[in-house]
Design a protein around this ligand. Structure first.
Ligand SMILES: N[C@@H](CCC[C@H](N)C(=O)O)C(=O)O
Length: 282
């Protein structure tokens, strides 16, 4: 079984995009993991499928799987790559706003040029039950027990769950321990993406993200949205913020509750290929 794919990245968060416009993509977890392997496979943080819309008001649907084969509800850098992929396929004209559906609901994408995409990511969700996060009521700060130590976080969903640690300086040693611990913390029953954000100013953030299902990443689009949303909810940043991640910068705009959040950033093509499943000879 040969699978044609396009390798792409958004600020270093890398993807395999599969054209599945003729029907929903169904791949075994073992195949996704084999493809994601950075030594014996293609290597990627997430696999994305471009599929026919599943509702009447969207143009397309995209599926998201992490490198460990687990599904996700949203992928900020990924949706920009899907938009650029659709643009290259002639299905998304420059400047036009098009609604596409993710597993967690619709988003609206607009190509600013062939490599820059702006996305209406919807409204950040702070209600713990909808994240899902185990807490009796919504608040700006929660304290988690991590190996007997208190760790303060903000919790939000951008269509996928995020724990956000706001620190002036988090040592790389502390992040190496806390990233995996927060990702697997039992109060996030579906796991979480763990972001460590440093406030450089009211318009400028620095962020590192340990992703559920993919580990440390060069960039996490929803992580950047989540970090901005948590800080804006606390009144600590302005409504337009630049978020610097190891692989590049994203621009996030959110005026506050009741409004949707916008993310703008790059999408890049790397190569086209054909996956030859080593377990099969056909
Ligand atoms: N890289 C992504 C997020 C991918 C999904 C995440 N690991 C999850 O399981 O929710 C992004 O750019 O948002």
């Amino acid at each position: 079984m040969a699978i044609r794919f396009t390798k792409m990245h958004g600020s270093g968060n890398d993807f395999v995009v599969i054209d599945s416009r003729d029907g929903a993509l169904a791949l075994d977890v073992a195949v996704i993991r084999a493809m994601a392997d950075r030594h014996t496979g293609i290597g990627f943080d997430q696999l994305l499928s471009v599929e026919p819309a599943r509702d009447g008001s969207s143009a397309f649907y995209y599926g998201i799987w992490n490198g460990d084969g687990s599904p996700s509800g949203q992928c900020g850098n990924g949706v920009r790559c899907v938009a650029a992929w659709l643009h290259r396929a002639g299905a998304l004209p420059l400047g036009e706003t098009v609604r596409i559906q993710s597993p967690s609901g619709p988003v609206a994408v607009r190509m600013l040029d062939a490599h820059q995409v702006t996305v209406d990511m919807g409204e950040p969700i702070f209600d713990p039950a909808r994240i899902p996060f185990d807490a009796p009521h919504v608040t700006n700060r929660y304290v988690l027990d991590v190996d007997g130590q208190p760790v303060e976080i903000g919790a939000v969903s951008m269509g996928n769950p995020h724990a956000v640690v706001v620190e002036d300086a988090v040592s790389s040693k502390a992040m190496a321990r806390l990233g995996p611990a927060l990702t697997a913390h039992p109060r996030f029953r579906e796991g979480a993406n763990a972001g460590f954000v440093q406030k450089l100013s009211r318009q400028h953030l620095r962020l590192f993200v340990h992703e559920r299902g993919a580990g440390w990443t060069q960039a996490c689009g929803t992580g950047a949205c989540a970090a901005m949303a948590v800080l804006r909810h606390r009144g600590e940043v302005d409504e337009r913020v630049q978020v610097d991640l190891p692989g590049g910068s994203l621009h996030i705009e959110w005026s506050g509750p009741g409004q949707t959040l916008w993310m703008t950033g790059p999408a890049a093509f790397v190569f086209e290929g054909e996956w030859l499943d080593p377990q099969r000879d056909d």
